[in-house]
Write a new protein. Structure first.
Length: 366
């Protein structure tokens, strides 16, 4: 029997340390003119970092997951499939709590996350496609439900850039940390879910931006984000135009026009990029959200944070059609057309600091 898929709930977490571009404690070795030029190029003015003395990336990711499951009213034992992702390969899962040695590299996050959340009936695995990871996980989870392999799917991304952020390099200022969880569920209405999709990768662009080993880099892991000197200008030649091409391809497959779409949930790499996508797709400003100014680029958590905020602000209508689209700097681009039914439940507050200091405690929320 054909079924549908609904986005039941989304919860996101922004960690506790707020850092502006001109914070001399975090970015002491970058001169003011370089910061100003970089800020104009990317449109990022602030980002949030994880206080590793207070929280582990895994604990914040699990907090978001618990809230998403509570919002969805799906108990842990009903989760059939868990998909996790983290761009930072050096993050250590809380292995000792799961009966594993502390420094085991594999299995990655999914095994530890499954144990910490008590997902006893879930199959688990990790994926990694950098900024596009949550979008890709939504496709995989959607397919698992449509083919009868699962009824309740939990997707988690955790992004902590501490291990790979070179604070002496202006390009290291692009990224902030973020955590997100989404619950996808089986629905009896076969019209709900992904109506069409389009994906494409551009392997020739791998070297424009990557994370590389360098024993001389001043990061804890000796890995750091590297962007070629011409990286931003080269990305400007293909990123602005190829994502709209895939959106148009997905719309054509679904026999829809731009006017049929109620909202666009984009990845959040740079203000000028989103402006270019909107111009090429003729997207009015009220049909999308730009959050990089305040949150930086939170890698694979950026899109779900924007999604959570759009739902908070009631920018997406019930029974609406939305586009979810993301580039991933040359590794892979994609666009999905989703038919929504009842709106996903969303986290009413995403800032960890607020959750810990306002009238209701984190424990009350979770």
């Amino acid at each position: 029997m054909t079924c549908g898929v609904t986005i039941r709930a989304i919860a996101t977490r922004v960690p506790t340390i707020s850092v502006s571009n001109f914070d001399e404690t975090w970015f002491p070795d970058i001169d003011k003119q370089s910061k100003l030029a970089w800020q104009e190029k990317w449109g990022i003015e602030q980002r949030f970092y994880t206080d590793h003395l207070r929280h582990s990336p895994m604990s914040l990711a699990c907090d978001a997951a618990r809230e998403a499951m509570n919002l969805a009213e799906v108990p842990s034992h009903d989760i059939d499939l868990l998909i996790t992702s983290s761009t930072n390969a050096m993050q250590l899962a809380e292995n000792t709590q799961c009966g594993l040695p502390e420094n085991v590299f594999y299995p990655r996050n999914s095994y530890a996350t499954k144990r910490l959340l008590g997902l006893d009936n879930a199959m688990e695995f990790d994926i990694q496609n950098e900024c596009s990871s949550m979008m890709d996980a939504m496709q995989i989870g959607h397919n698992a439900i449509k083919t009868g392999q699962a009824k309740q799917v939990l997707l988690i991304v955790q992004e902590s850039t501490y291990e790979v952020m070179d604070r002496t390099n202006v390009n290291g200022m692009n990224f902030g940390d973020g955590y997100a969880a989404i619950v996808l569920s089986h629905d009896d209405d076969p019209t709900l879910g992904i109506q069409s999709q389009a994906y494409q990768s551009f392997s020739k662009n791998y070297d424009l931006a990557t994370v590389s080993w360098d024993k001389h880099v001043n990061t804890p892991s000796h890995m750091s984000f590297q962007m070629a000197e011409t990286g931003a200008s080269e990305m400007g030649k293909f990123v602005p135009k190829y994502l709209p091409k895939l959106v148009k391809r997905a719309l054509a497959k679904a026999q829809l026009s731009n006017a049929d779409i109620d909202f666009y949930v984009f990845h959040q790499p740079a203000r000028k990029l989103i402006d270019a996508w909107c111009a090429l797709l003729d997207v009015p400003h009220e049909k999308t959200l730009k959050i990089m100014q305040q949150y930086g680029c939170a890698v694979s958590a950026a899109m779900p944070i924007a999604f959570n905020l759009a739902l908070q602000q009631q920018l997406i209508p019930e029974n609406g059609k939305i586009i979810i689209a993301s580039p991933s700097v040359g590794w892979g681009f994609g666009a999905q057309v989703w038919q929504l039914g009842e709106l996903p439940k969303c986290a009413p507050e995403i800032h960890q600091t607020v959750l810990e200091t306002c009238n209701h405690t984190k424990k009350d929320v979770l």
